[in-house]
Ligand binder design. Structure first.
Ligand SMILES: [Zn+2]
Ligand SMILES: [Zn+2]
Length: 390
């Protein structure tokens, strides 16, 4: 076994004899179905029913030892006659439980956050990696995988002129949209995303293409702060020179709707939490761009008779019914490549020591405060008196 001394996410098997196949291991060694194999929610109690009798001689199992690594459960057993075996609920990816890696990857690549899945998992008591492991995996294996995919797509866009002639791209082809206007619209996302829908540029007043937002909408939506790392990352990507050059060369957008689509895709990957770090926000924005670019040329769906399909919606702002085209479903195939890349990265790189030696978040918080904390009873009294005044 190829042990990595730096990788403390790996718990050494306490009984090495059990990993030898001759000891009657029923582990699924040799199952190489990669990341895409089907997985199941299994009750621990139901699982234990499988470990009542020895797989070699059929007598009762005398002793069971259960070890867990987040989503992975391993059972080491000994029968009355002394046979031993070990079984693990998922394959290891170079000494890391693969499902831990995959659970984190699937969260990140679908635009979810750790806290989204945590609450869900806790409620049904599903075992998943903890916060520290999630962020360690994110920075080591998830974020690094996205940029090459993004760069790869940007390279492809450079050869877009050829693609544009293809059938699938016929509706993306420039239709008389002035290139500069196109770039202006593209960069206008930087106003909108901060909650600014009217602004001045070169002495002219502009506004977003969407209908005016009600005060309630403006309140409800989360906007990026001007000086946040999230905004900085988005700005850097939106204003990337090569991207703007491509935009100018071939006005990508048939109509303003495409910009709205990009906004929505960005929000899918990065809207809900505004405290993303720079790296994570950049990766999430790159994900949004990959997603957007792959799905921008979708054809409108047609009925069996070949007529274009529409859905009919009532919009509150204009108080009118409108017809909206129904498009072919979006494609998320790129996520599958990313999942594949994560496993490859794991083969190449070790995780930094994890968990870090004794984490003491409480102490740290106290140190950040410039003044020592007053007596707790004093703070409670202050709070109570404040509420009385209201
Ligand atoms: Zn036995
Ligand atoms: Zn706007």
């Amino acid at each position: 076994m190829d042990l990595d001394p730096k990788d403390t996410s790996f718990v050494l098997p306490s009984d090495t004899t059990s990993s030898s196949p001759s000891s009657g291991s029923v582990s699924s060694s040799g199952s190489t179905d990669g990341w895409a194999g089907r997985k199941w929610l299994v009750d621990e109690a139901k699982l234990m029913e499988l470990f009542r009798t020895c797989t070699q001689c059929g007598v009762a199992i005398e002793e069971k030892r259960v070890a867990t690594r987040a989503s992975q459960i391993r059972i080491h057993w000994t029968c009355l006659k002394g046979h031993t075996g070990e079984w693990a609920s998922c394959t290891d990816q170079r000494n890391m439980a693969r499902n831990n890696l995959l659970a984190c990857a699937a969260t990140f690549f679908t635009g979810a956050t750790y806290s989204d899945i945590k609450e869900w998992a806790e409620l049904i008591n599903l075992q998943l990696p903890g916060k520290t492991q999630f962020y360690a995996i994110q920075s080591k294996y998830l974020i690094p995988g996205i940029n090459p995919a993004y760069k790869g797509q940007q390279t492809n866009i450079h050869s877009f002129n050829f693609l544009l002639r293809g059938k699938n791209w016929k509706c993306v082809v420039m239709r008389g949209v002035i290139a500069l206007e196109c770039v202006r619209r593209w960069t206008s996302v930087l106003h909108h995303i901060r909650g600014i829908h009217r602004w001045e540029e070169n002495g002219r007043e502009y506004q977003c293409a969407h209908p005016p937002l009600s005060e309630e909408d403006q309140e409800k939506k989360r906007w990026l702060e001007h000086d946040s790392p999230a905004f900085r990352a988005l700005k850097e990507l939106v204003e990337e020179k090569t991207l703007l050059r491509d935009l100018r060369q071939m006005a990508l957008f048939k109509h303003t709707g495409s910009l709205e689509v990009f906004h929505n895709v960005t929000l899918k990957y990065a809207s809900k939490r505004l405290h993303f770090t720079y790296d994570s926000m950049r990766a999430r924005t790159e994900l949004a761009i990959i997603d957007h670019n792959i799905n921008i040329g979708r054809e409108q769906k047609t009925t069996l008779e070949g007529k274009p399909q529409y859905k009919y919606m009532y919009t509150k702002t204009t108080q009118q019914w409108v017809a909206k085209p129904v498009y072919e479903p979006t494609s998320q195939e790129f996520r599958k490549d990313l999942m594949e890349d994560v496993l490859k990265l794991r083969e190449e790189k070790s995780l930094e020591p994890w968990p870090r030696p004794p984490p003491r978040p409480r102490r740290l918080l106290q140190n950040i405060a410039p003044v020592p904390r007053p007596d707790p009873s004093e703070l409670v009294a202050q709070r109570l008196s404040r509420f009385k005044q209201l």
